[in-house]
Design a protein around this ligand. Structure first.
Ligand SMILES: Nc1ncnc2c1ncn2[C@@H]1O[C@H](COP(=O)(O)OP(=O)(O)OP(=O)(O)O)[C@@H](O)[C@H]1O
Length: 918
């Protein structure tokens, strides 16, 4: 059974510790500086391998469905409107040179009116090709067409102060990264040589490619590669006459074949040389042969040499800086398979597509059916796969792990997006907890792990390196936050000539893209609610420059390797500086400056802050959860149990991810209480067809057990898979295989429902209370960390536009430096920014409101957290917004700190029930 999650990228905030509930690890200690292996000639030797012949298996270009290039619909040409004749003020910057700006109303008519905005990398750089916005009012969108602003060197723009009253203040000139403005030292990246400096964000990402993993094997990209080669040949040949001249066609084919062969030969020769001696010179030769590049980028050589020397490494390189190459080169040199663990199926597909043609790749994902997955496993065992992309959930799958116990072996495990391993990161994934060195060693007998990320604080890096047992000397960190500058403005100027993205709410994307389209800006919306097919088409159009703007939620961007994104516009506040830096990193990957604009306002901040509490749980829920997991007390030892996700989630008022986190911790913490099994649908409804149930049961003990443990409903046998499996002492997966056999023989048909977490009890805790307390305390720490990250993001934005100027009397260029320093400090973990305490801590009406709320819902049981969530307008599994948003207390106290509301609720609950609240 496939246990991969569909990797929707949703993140979990509440997580237990990986070791027996360690104390919170903040404040972080900066990790030791990486040792640079800069010696020009390393002499580490790698034994020539007898497996060398498994590396290169060029195959014929496949004609698989996946290879076929679908004819792309011809986009309507976007009319290039005549720029309106406008008064061009004498301005050094194109910002503000245009008659209309898209901007949000600064008045209070909109719930999220803009109070301040922060921009980075202003638009002065961009070319002046104009696609103007028409003068157009669409109040629902808050796009306010403006008359040409009176622009002087101190242009006036509207803003709103914290209190909400609109006021006029001077807009400073943007600190353009160009000659005519005072600039801080900003190191620019060279075009096409340097990548950007941040990693893509994948939170909320739910793309599903229509192609199944099976189709995305090496043949696909090979044929793509060769198609590309053909295209390259095209200009030299008159394609019109080709059809008639068969000779020419076959000449071209020959030429391609020869090219391919010579390329493969040169790679093979370079690989042999590296195997003989891992020197810089030999690695450069291999780089040239595989990719045609003349030099390594910063950090690449160091990482490759470390891996080839068998040392685990932590690689922190900016987005687009070339991390993939750091595992691809070792892959062709090392004898075994490289496993790349990736959090998203879509990301795996993108990476698979980008493998160089001489590396055969495959992927195992939840989108594959059992037959496809089995075929992929066979292909791996045949030795035809060198790089295998898998999700972390795959490490629960016994079939998968068993293929590496024979001749097929893993040389290298690559943990992509390695920050997901850390519960202190902005995007922790419980399934990544499984990726700890001890487990990888035990299950795969692999020593070398390469962890890669682009954005992580020192705390996060430390915890990742500790889980993966990477020595602090093996940290290769080249990430930097350099090219960030800002200006005070609410303009999104027409000066942006090409493309930009928005990160906004799903509901807003359609409206905004429609508005842009109505105004001759080719734009499309993109969010996880759309069909996978439509989403990938939009991505294709965007990458082919057929549309200028993608108006997207955070669902867009992961795996996007578009180099010329000129602007990233945040329509709302990101949840952390990590996310912000990742997201703006999608701009300017070609090394040119990109324009980034962040809108933020207090109302959105309050809303986001409330949401930070949506995953949290308290002692009461943890206690109920533990009682259910170990329901049979000491008798449960060795039993396979299950928790049906949906009903358990409601029962404990806990999100599914949080339950998985707790279960994973009960398995991987200091004491192993259980062993997590692949997730299953556990309720089976079965019909007999050929043989009578009793006769079949006489011959088949599994059927006999089914009859014993079933309820008969409308003539059908309904039973719980783990219960039946336990009663005959087999694993649920074995029982399922057996039922499948009976189905194939025509004896039965059956249906499965109720997806559930499955686990085998290893040990029953002797002290429930302390286990519960420790888990709860730790979950609270994780929650606090998330809130703190949001506060740090918000405070940095406020600092940039406000405090910095006031406290340090900075000019614009200095402000940029201040902001850069602040962000760098945040990532380094030293001198962490003081976060603003914007929240209220009391309200004269709070207790009274809670009291009225309790009185009017006296038939419902509440915890203090449940009440606080309702007062903050956040739904939870047991108190969904569909029901509770009807109360007029819903979201009434978003501006009062969640904990203060919880305390008031607790006090009132105690009064209400006349005893201690739960
Ligand atoms: N040494 C090099 N010289 C020139 N180009 C390179 C070099 N290394 C990598 N590249 C190119 O840089 C681009 C980005 O590389 P890659 O996708 O590996 O970056 P990444 O760090 O994995 O980015 P992301 O974090 O977005 O996944 C690719 O087109 C790659 O071919």
């Amino acid at each position: 059974m496939d246990s991969d999650s569909d990797s929707d990228g949703s993140h979990v905030s509440a997580t237990p510790p990986r070791d027996p509930l360690p104390p919170p690890r903040r404040p972080p200690q900066p990790p030791p500086k990486p040792t640079s292996s800069s010696s020009s000639k390393s002499t580490a030797k790698i034994k020539p391998s007898s497996h060398s012949d498994t590396i290169f298996k060029p195959k014929k270009p496949s004609s698989s469905k996946h290879d076929k290039v679908k004819p792309k619909p011809k986009p309507k040409p976007v009319p290039e409107p005549e720029p309106e004749p406008i008064q061009q003020p004498d301005l050094p910057s194109p910002v503000g040179n245009f008659p209309f700006q898209i901007r949000r109303l600064s008045d209070q008519s909109h719930p999220i009116s803009v109070g301040r905005s922060l921009e980075t990398l202003p638009a002065g750089f961009f070319s002046t090709r104009r696609a103007s916005f028409s003068k157009f009012s669409k109040s629902s969108l808050n796009f306010e067409p403006e008359s040409t602003p009176e622009i002087t060197s101190e242009p006036k723009i509207k803003g709103s102060d914290g209190s909400g009253s609109a006021k006029t203040f001077s807009k400073k000139l943007p600190n353009l990264i160009r000659g005519d403005a005072p600039l801080p030292e900003v190191k620019l990246q060279k075009r096409s040589e340097e990548g950007n400096f941040v990693k893509l964000n994948f939170r909320g990402f739910k793309r599903k490619f229509t192609a199944k993993g099976k189709k995305m094997n090496s043949y696909s990209y090979k044929s793509k590669y060769f198609r590309r080669s053909k295209r390259r040949v095209k200009p030299e040949v008159d394609t019109g006459s080709l059809c008639d001249e068969e000779g020419l066609v076959s000449d071209i084919k020959q030429q391609l074949k020869a090219e391919k062969l010579s390329r493969f030969e040169s790679v093979e020769a370079a690989v042999s040389a590296v195997r003989n001696e891992v020197s810089d010179e030999n690695l450069l030769r291999l780089l040239k042969a595989m990719y045609g590049y003349d030099s390594f980028r910063d950090g690449q050589l160091e990482a490759i040499k470390m891996v080839l020397a068998g040392k685990s490494a932590m690689l922190v390189l900016p987005t687009g800086a070339g991390k993939s190459l750091c595992y691809q080169i070792p892959t062709v040199v090392l004898p075994g398979v490289t496993l790349v663990v990736s959090p998203l199926v879509a990301l795996m597909i993108d990476q698979l597509k980008q493998l160089p043609p001489m590396i055969q790749g495959g992927l195992l994902s939840s989108s594959q059916g059992p037959e496809e997955a089995a075929e992929m496993l066979r292909t791996i065992q045949e030795g035809s796969i060198k790089v295998l992309f898998v999700s972390p959930e795959r490490f629960l799958n016994a079939d998968f792990l068993s293929i590496f116990s024979g001749t097929t072996f893993v040389s290298l495990v690559v943990v992509d997006e390695a920050h997901c391993v850390s519960e202190w990161s902005h995007n922790f994934r419980p399934s990544y907890m499984r990726l700890r060195a001890s487990l990888l060693r035990a299950k795969l007998n692999v020593e070398c792990i390469l962890a890669m990320t682009a954005t992580a604080t020192t705390t996060t890096l430390q915890s990742v390196m500790s889980a993966l047992e990477i020595s602090s000397t093996n940290l290769i960190q080249k990430a930097h936050v350099l090219a960030i500058a800002f200006m005070q403005s609410m303009y999104i100027s027409q000066a942006i000539s090409n493309l930009y993205l928005h990160w906004i709410l799903q509901s807003e994307t359609d409206e905004i893209s429609r508005y842009l389209s109505d105004n001759n800006i080719s734009a499309k919306s993109y969010h996880s609610g759309m069909l996978a097919r439509d989403r990938s088409r939009i991505q294709e159009l965007f990458c082919a420059n057929k549309i200028r703007v993608v108006v997207a939620t955070v669902a867009f961007g992961m795996g996007l390797d578009k180099r010329d994104v000129e602007a990233v516009i945040h329509y709302s506040l990101p949840e952390s500086l990590e996310e912000y830096v990742q997201e703006i990193g999608r701009g300017g990957r070609d090394g040119r400056l990109a324009y980034c604009h962040l809108f933020f306002d207090d109302v959105t901040y309050y809303k986001l802050r409330s949401l930070m509490y949506s995953d949290g749980v308290d002692e009461f829920s943890v206690n109920k959860f533990l009682c259910q997991v170990f329901a049979d007390g000491t008798n449960s030892h060795g039993k396979v149990c299950s928790l049906v996700k949906e009903s358990a989630s409601r029962k404990f008022d806990m999100k599914e991810e949080v339950m998985l986190t707790l279960l994973t911790q009960l398995e991987l913490g200091g004491t192993q209480y259980l062993h997590l099994l692949p997730q299953l649908s556990v309720t089976c409804t079965l019909n007999f067809h050929k043989t009578s149930p009793m006769s079949l049961a006489d011959k088949d003990p599994a059927v006999a057990a089914v009859l014993r443990k079933s309820e008969i409903k409308q003539g059908q046998y309904v039973f719980d898979i783990p219960t039946v499996a336990n009663s005959i002492g087999i694993a649920p997966s074995e029982l399922l295989n057996h039922l499948q056999d009976l189905k194939v023989k025509g004896e039965i048909t059956y249906e499965l429902k109720d997806p559930a977490f499955c686990f085998k009890i290893v040990k029953v805790p002797s002290d429930f209370c302390s286990l519960m307390e420790l888990l709860t305390r730790w979950l609270l720490d994780v929650e606090n960390c998330k809130v703190w990250k949001l506060d740090a993001m918000y405070s940095s934005a406020v600092f940039a536009v406000d405090a910095c100027e006031k406290t340090h009397d900075c000019n614009v260029a200095q402000q940029t430096t201040c902001l850069q320093k602040r962000i760098l400090d945040y990532f380094k973990g030293d001198n962490n920014p003081n976060v603003l305490d914007k929240m209220g801590h009391n309200s004269p009406f709070l207790r009274a409101d809670v009291k009225v709320f309790l009185q009017s819902n006296s038939n419902v049981k509440f915890t203090p957290r449940a009440i606080a969530r309702i007062m903050h307008g956040i739904g939870s599994p047991a108190y969904p917004s569909s029901t509770w948003s009807r109360t007029h207390f819903w979201g009434r106290y978003t501006q009062i700190d969640f904990k203060a509301v919880m305390n008031a609720a607790k006090a009132e609950l105690m009064n209400f029930v006349g005893k201690d609240a739960p």
